[in-house]
Design a protein. Structure first.
Length: 407
């Protein structure tokens, strides 16, 4: 099965192009934050940059899915990567000549966020058409492997480049990576699908996608657990890990960096295990992945004073995240008809993006009143129970092959 997938020219081009732009984007994320803190020294300025990253995409993402479900997927992929490439090159040029206000950088970040909002639901709707449902799990696992590799290599390479060269070069590299991705996407073939009444009003199509999710309880349950509950409890982890490494374990920023790297390594191992067919059933993959995430939180809560346990927690958490991410993504693409995947995917992305800052805020507030150990234990139990709650729902779906979700 793996060889058949790697012989799929369209998938390989999409995979390689996406991998290149992912690595470049890691450079961008680190460089932009470093540039702002060096230029202003202000945490408020950093906070505004985070808003520029997230708010624009949240506002338009639900409607972008309507376009992603039309037969213009290739144009959306190429166009979004090409535009982002141009934006990054403009930022690099402005930095090179060292004369542009921070407000202009924020504007360019907002435009980039809007452009990027078109990419995520579109690639989610494109992969099932290119590879076919039998290869979905493996295709998503390939994507997960490159994502985790970029998480591991990106920060390290960006740090080296920041130390050895000028910052504008990182933005130039990111711009070039987007353009390479756009060029590779020019040569992919995306099969056309029956989109029904193409003249249907835009907002009517959006409402149709939302109604579809609400109507089918199995899909709604999966979105609530995989998109809302899990993201809510995992969102404040960066805050928790920072506090544990700084105040409890006293291992400093380097120790915290190793914990972050351990999460990515665990996720990479999980993706490789999926590629090796160690875990074939996507329903079991989701339930086991979410349960492992809960177990990892429990480990962190019980052994808060052990750095070795913290590293074990991070690796196990990454493994669970990998299983859950690939399994949930594949289930969405399997359960949802091809002409609605974009709308469902954009709805999930919107909910996930909104819930992350809420979860971070709540988690950061609660640890001022409860011990971090207790918070991690409670989170672990609730995450595990949420994952296990999918057993009945998804089991019923697998047993009832005639369910209307396939319509």
């Amino acid at each position: 099965m793996k060889m058949n997938l790697l012989k799929n020219k369209s998938f390989v081009l999409l995979w390689i192009g996406n991998a290149v732009s992912l690595l470049g984007n890691r450079f961008y994320n680190i460089a932009i934050m470093w540039y702002i803190i060096e230029k202003t020294g202000s945490s408020i300025a950093l906070g505004l940059s985070v808003l520029c990253f997230t708010v624009p995409s949240v506002l338009i993402m639900p409607f972008v899915g309507v376009l992603a479900d039309r037969n213009i997927k290739k144009q959306l992929l190429v166009g979004s990567d090409l535009l982002n490439g141009c934006i990054m090159i403009v930022i690099a040029a402005l930095m090179f000549f060292d004369g542009f206000p921070l407000a202009l950088l924020y504007v360019l970040m907002i435009i980039s966020s809007v452009v990027s909002a078109f990419f995520s639901p579109t690639i989610g709707a494109t992969i099932p058409l290119i590879v076919g449902k039998p290869h979905l799990t493996k295709a998503n696992s390939f994507m997960q492997v490159t994502n985790q590799l970029s998480n591991i290599l990106g920060p390290a390479l960006a740090g080296i480049l920041l130390a050895l060269t000028n910052m504008w070069l990182l933005f130039l590299i990111n711009g070039i990576s987007y353009i390479i991705s756009a060029i590779s996407e020019l040569f992919i073939h995306v099969p056309k699908i029956d989109i029904g009444h193409v003249k249907k009003h835009f907002f009517l199509q959006f409402k149709e996608g939302l109604s579809y999710v609400i109507r089918y309880k199995n899909l709604l349950h999966l979105i609530i657990v995989g998109g809302v509950i899990i993201n809510f409890f995992l969102a404040p982890l960066n805050v928790f890990i920072t506090i544990l490494c700084n105040q409890v374990l006293k291992v400093g920023s380097s120790g915290m960096g190793i914990v972050d790297a351990a999460i990515s390594v665990g996720a990479l191992i999980g993706s490789i295990l999926i590629l090796l067919n160690v875990m074939k059933d996507k329903i079991k993959m989701v339930i086991i992945g979410l349960s492992i995430e809960g177990l990892a939180l429990l480990i962190a809560g019980i052994f808060t004073n052990s750095y070795l346990a913290m590293l074990f927690f991070a690796a196990i958490l990454g493994l669970g995240i990998s299983f859950a991410s690939v399994g949930i993504g594949t289930l969405y693409q399997t359960l949802v008809p091809e002409n609605k995947i974009g709308r469902v995917s954009s709805l999930l992305s919107t909910l996930s993006t909104i819930i992350v800052p809420i979860g971070t805020m709540v988690g950061s507030s609660i640890i001022n009143h409860l011990s971090i150990s207790l918070v991690l234990n409670i989170s672990g139990i609730l995450v595990t129970l949420s994952g296990l709650s999918l057993i009945i729902t998804l089991k019923n779906k697998s047993e009832n092959k005639t369910e209307s979700l396939s319509y």
